[in-house]
Design a binder for this molecule. Structure first.
Ligand code: ZN
Ligand code: ZN
Length: 254
C-alpha cells in the first residue's frame, strides 16, 4: 500500500506525509515544531517515524519548521542545491542533494524530483512510488510544463495545487505586483489550470485526489467546486486540504 495525508495546506503552512508499509516521509514542513508534533499525532505519527524530509523550495510556508524538526530529531533532509543555499541550517543537519530528473531511493520509496516553474531558487516537486503505486505531490507552480505532465501523468494518488480563482484574484485585496506574481507563469496554479492538468493525465487511474494550497483570500470552495466538478463528478473521489486540518490518510492498496 501507498498513502498520503496532509498536515495542513495553504499560504500559512504546508506539510504532506507520504508512506508505504515500511517508509514514511514528510514533504515540506511549514509549521513550528510544536505544531508539527500536534498535527503528526493527529495522523497517528511522530517525528521519529520520519525517514526523511523532502523539501520542494525555500518559501517560508514550506520550510518554516524544517531545520528545527531535522535538527531536533536527526532527520535527514533531501533538497536541491539551490534550495539548500537559500536556507540557514544548524550545524549537524544532514543535507542530501537532489536534482530534477535524478530519481533516488529513500527506504522502500522511489522518489522523483521534478522541476517546476516557480519564483524560487531551484524548486522541484515530487512523484513518489512504492512498487507499482505512485503518488504525486504538486504545488507551487505557475504553469503546467511538458515535464510536469510527463511525471505526473500516471499517478494513483495526487495532491494538486488549486490556488486561486482568477476573478477573485483580480478583484481581491492583493496589491497589483503580488497579483501579477501569484497569477504569473512562476506563481501558482489557478483552479482552471489545475483542471487543465487533470485533463492531460490518466484521470481514470487516480483513486484519490486532494486539491490543496488554496488561497484564503483569492479562492473559495464554491468556486473551486464549480471549476472541477464537471470533470470529476462520478469519476474521481476528491477532497480539499484546508489550512487547519489538512486531510486524513488515504491508502491506495495493491
Ligand atoms: Zn507555497
Ligand atoms: Zn512557493
Amino acid at each position: 500500500m501507498l498513502g498520503f495525508a496532509s498536515l495542513g495546506s495553504g499560504s500559512r503552512g504546508n506539510a504532506t506525509l507520504v508512506a508505504d508499509a515500511d517508509t514514511c516521509v514528510l514533504v515540506d514542513c511549514g509549521f513550528s515544531l510544536a505544531e508539527t508534533r500536534r498535527r503528526l499525532a493527529r495522523l497517528g505519527r511522530e517525528p521519529s517515524d520520519l525517514a526523511g524530509i523532502l523539501v520542494t523550495h525555500e518559501h517560508a510556508d514550506h520550510v518554516r519548521g524544517v531545520a528545527r524538526l531535522a535538527d531536533h530529531y536527526g532527520i535527514p533532509v533531501w533538497l536541491t542545491r539551490g534550495t539548500a543555499a537559500a536556507i540557514r541550517w544548524p550545524r549537524g543537519v544532514t543535507l542530501c542533494e537532489v536534482g530534477a530528473g535524478r530519481p533516488f531511493t529513500l527506504g522502500s520509496l522511489r522518489v522523483e524530483p521534478v522541476a517546476v516553474p516557480h519564483d524560487a531558487r531551484e524548486p522541484v516537486q515530487y512523484a513518489i512510488s512504492s512498487g507499482a503505486r505512485r503518488v504525486g505531490v504538486l504545488t507551487d507552480l505557475g504553469a503546467v510544463t511538458p515535464a510536469v505532465v510527463a511525471h505526473f501523468r500516471h499517478c494513483d494518488g495526487l495532491f494538486l495545487e488549486a490556488n486561486h480563482d482568477p476573478r477573485l484574484l483580480a478583484t481581491g485585496p492583493y496589491p497589483p505586483a503580488l497579483r501579477r506574481r501569484v497569477g504569473g507563469a512562476f506563481g501558482h496554479l489557478s483552479n482552471g489550470q489545475a483542471v487543465g492538468l487533470l485533463k492531460r493525465i490518466e484521470l481514470g487511474r487516480i483513486r484519490w485526489l486532494v486539491l490543496g494550497h488554496l488561497s484564503e483570500k483569492n479562492n473559495c470552495r464554491t468556486r473551486l467546486e464549480a471549476a472541477v466538478a464537471p470533470l470529476l463528478a462520478g469519476r474521481v473521489p476528491w477532497a480539499v486540504a484546508c489550512q487547519e486540518r489538512g486531510v486524513p490518510w488515504q491508502w491506495i492498496d495493491y
